[in-house]
Design a protein around this ligand. Structure first.
Ligand code: MG
Length: 400
């Protein structure tokens, strides 16, 4: 089998890649929704010339041609989208779901957590956080873990309180703020967490997305203050999303000194980016995103290496859309017992549910998705439905 074309389109808010072959089998991959940006298409064009003519079912051989040119988020998204599409083809060609090609599933259903289904805040008081959490607790997916942004991760305090930290708030798209919390800012954060835990009780685990932007000492102080509340984890505290480096030594000022689990990794590209973080036990949990780390086999490698070092796994996925949902389900079915849950992506916009065949197999019941055995990713486009959403420049996306 040979790759004949690598196509790219923006459908709704999601960049989508479609790889075609000379045997009529195609595969799809995708990227995070904020990637509806001009850099994605030229990336795919660039890679296309390197891989047309290769056998797509030799996934690793194809990846060797392009992997070196990727980078930390968002520059690993092109390689990752192509990797997922190759596995989709390989699965369809073999007549098996992707998980079979990754060594087979070790679980029949995978746990998901909520970091995507949100409602806006009315204010920044602990009561506002409690009300917001109640809404998430009552969602029909019956989530067993819910993640909330606090501190420098888009929290209402950061935007609304003039004295939340010693700095002036900048409304930058990619985390424009970092610094030392005021005592008042620190205390209201702790109170908000306590208010959320009162809503959740011990029925539902609470995870916090905290940064990037906190100092090491504020992270440690917060982690220690929150020890009685049995958090699932504190994510992206000092560095994190859209930070183009890792600095494990920063986390080593925190992780060994608290029982609150420390988590990071959504922006990191390739296993090599995780090497030191894991080997030095700088965090308790890692959370690579399959659409940024370099794909699903890369994510599995990171999970195995983490497991060898007694580090847990909670993959990122919030804005990965339905292709990300399918990819995360396939790979999570195969991960070792260090797997906690992956972050459930959603359809964006909601009409994505109407243009994807097989999406009903990924329905969430009691915080779990049952692993189905449809070949490849387990979803495909309803082409007639999907075509109406193509822009003029993408009209040839579904052509052979
Ligand atoms: Mg995060």
């Amino acid at each position: 089998m040979k790759i004949t074309d690598v196509k790219v389109a923006i459908i709704g808010n999601h960049p989508v890649v479609r790889i075609t072959t000379n045997e009529g089998i195609d595969g799809i991959g995708g990227a995070e929704s904020p990637r509806n940006q001009p850099f994605f298409k030229p990336q795919i064009e660039y890679y296309k010339n390197m891989i047309v003519g290769l056998d797509p079912t030799d996934v690793e051989r194809v990846l060797l041609r392009i992997r070196r040119t990727g980078g930390f988020k968002p520059w690993g998204s092109g390689v990752s989208a192509i990797e997922v599409a190759l596995w989709d083809i390989a699965g369809k060609a073999a007549g098996v779901p992707i998980y079979k090609l990754l060594g087979g599933k070790i679980r029949d259903k995978v746990r998901v957590y909520n970091g995507s289904y949100r409602k806006g805040f009315n204010g920044y008081t602990p009561e506002d956080f409690a009300e917001n959490m109640k809404w998430m607790k009552d969602l029909p997916q019956n989530f067993s873990i819910i993640k909330q942004g606090i501190a420098f991760h888009g929290s209402p305090m950061l935007k609304g309180m003039s004295d939340f930290y010693y700095g002036d708030y900048v409304a930058a798209e990619k985390y424009g703020n970092r610094g030392v919390l005021t005592e008042k800012g620190f205390n209201i954060t702790v109170d908000a967490v306590i208010a959320m835990k009162e809503v959740l009780g011990d029925e539902v685990g609470l995870a916090l997305d905290c940064g990037p932007g906190l100092t090491a000492s504020d992270t440690l102080r917060l982690a220690q203050a929150l020890e009685p509340y049995h958090l699932m984890w504190m994510e992206d505290t000092i560095t994190g999303d859209y930070t183009p480096y890792v600095h494990p030594d920063y986390f080593l000022q925190v992780t060994p000194y608290t029982s609150t689990p420390i988590h990071t990794g959504e922006q990191i590209y390739l296993r090599h980016g995780f090497k030191e973080l894991i080997e030095k036990h700088a965090v308790d949990i890692v959370g690579p995103d399959p659409l940024d780390v370099g794909g699903i086999a890369e994510l599995k490698w990171v999970a195995e290496f983490a497991d060898l070092h007694n580090i847990q796994m909670a993959p990122h996925g919030t804005v990965d859309g339905l292709i990300g949902l399918a990819a995360l389900t396939q790979v999570s079915a195969t991960l070792p017992d260090n797997f906690i849950a992956f972050e459930l992506p959603s359809a964006n916009p909601e009409w994505w549910n109407d243009i994807v065949e097989g999406i009903e197999d990924f329905e969430v019941t009691d915080s779990h998705i049952t692993v189905h055995d449809t070949p490849g990713l387990g979803i495909s486009f309803r082409v007639d439905e999907a075509k109406q959403y193509l822009s003029e420049e993408d009209t040839g996306f579904f052509d052979d």
